[in-house]
Design a protein. Structure first.
Length: 349
């Protein structure tokens, strides 16, 4: 079997009726894309891919055309060493490498008639899931926020995540938002808080002290992405777990995060870190340090990764804010779990 072409289809749904934002970024529109890898035997691998990655895909297509798609490791090394004039260890380029790698896994799964979560390890046949929401919006009060997250609980989720850290509110106001949600969802629901790298370590520590009584399941990205020392301070000072890593690319960047003791839970994204191949290497490294994996991003691919490994903790889902109109949903059930499919490949429609 040989690769004949890579094909990207991008779709824009235009501006959002109600823009929303986290601590650092405002989202005003939606869209996405699909990457397909075609072969001379008619087997096609597919994965989600950003529409803005067309140039990188066209460049890498020249390096992959004619290659055997079953040699995923060989092709990853070829992309890594041949992306630009030099090897690239960080940056948006790895989102393209990751999308291609994921599509190759989908292709191999279809070729051999097995789901990727089994081929990659098959440790868990269902994975715990959480609903990621709680963004800031114009006119959204803490009562509206609490009602939103309670709606996810009513839909079956046993864990929910909300945003904190926007400079448009004070620390006390943000803490009140956390209190309102905890009061609404009750003590038995896991509640995550996500600052999206908003603060320096001392400010993050102050905020953590203000909300620790509400029993956060984790405190996500409390400090700047490159502030490993700040992350390590919070790991040392706080009882609540620190979750981080979605801004890291490859096993080497994550190695430095782990060696710095800057996170209790590793959140590398299975696409932007370099694909499922790289995510599995990172998961093995995290396991050697007794750390859990909770991938950022797409639930279809995230569930595949969490199910594959023994230290897979939980899978992120975007039930409203980032509801994916391009892909069919995962098999989420009212017990709070995603059940893994027997469909060959990634099982994405």
């Amino acid at each position: 079997m040989k690769i004949t072409k890579l094909e990207l289809t991008s779709v824009s749904f235009g501006p959002l009726e109600k823009p929303f934002w986290n601590s650092i970024k405002k989202t005003t529109s939606s869209g996405g894309g699909r990457l397909e890898i075609h072969t001379d035997e008619g087997v096609i691998g597919m994965s989600p891919c950003g529409g803005g990655q067309r140039s990188a895909i066209n460049s890498l297509s020249k390096k992959l055309t004619g290659e055997d798609p079953m040699r995923i490791g060989h092709l990853w090394d070829k992309m890594y060493m041949g992306g630009t004039r030099k090897p690239v260890a960080k940056g948006d380029y790895f989102g393209t490498v990751g999308a291609i790698d994921n599509a190759l896994w989908d292709l191999v799964g279809k070729a051999v008639g097995q789901p990727v979560w089994k081929l990659a390890g098959g440790v868990q046949d269902k994975v715990f899931a959480y609903a990621a929401g709680g963004y800031y919006e114009e006119g959204k009060e803490k009562e509206d926020l609490a009602a939103e997250l309670k709606g996810y609980i009513d839909a079956g989720f046993k864990a929910v995540k909300m945003k904190v850290g926007w400079p448009g509110v004070t620390l006390k106001q943000d803490a009140e938002r956390v209190r309102a949600v905890r009061d609404e969802v009750g003590p038995d629901i896991e509640l995550m808080i996500d600052a999206n790298n908003a603060w320096d370590a001392r400010t993050a520590l102050r905020f953590a002290r203000m909300v620790e009584q509400y029993d956060p399941y984790w405190f996500e990205e409390p400090v700047h992405a490159d502030d490993f020392r700040g992350g390590a301070l919070l790991v040392q000072k706080l009882d609540m777990p620190i979750a981080s890593g979605e801004n890291e690319h490859t096993r080497w960047g994550t190695r430095d995060l782990i060696d710095s003791h800057a996170a209790d839970i590793i959140q590398v994204d299975p696409t932007s870190c370099g694909g499922i191949s790289e995510w599995l290497k990172i998961a093995a490294m995290a396991s050697a340090h007794h750390l859990k994996m909770a991938p950022h991003g797409n639930p279809n691919i995230g569930a595949t990764c969490v199910a594959a490994v023994e230290n897979g903790l939980i899978t992120e889902n975007y039930p409203t804010a980032f509801n994916n109109r391009l892909m069919g949903p995962v098999d989420f059930r009212a017990d709070g779990y995603i059940y893994m499919s027997e469909t060959p490949g990634l099982g994405i429609e």
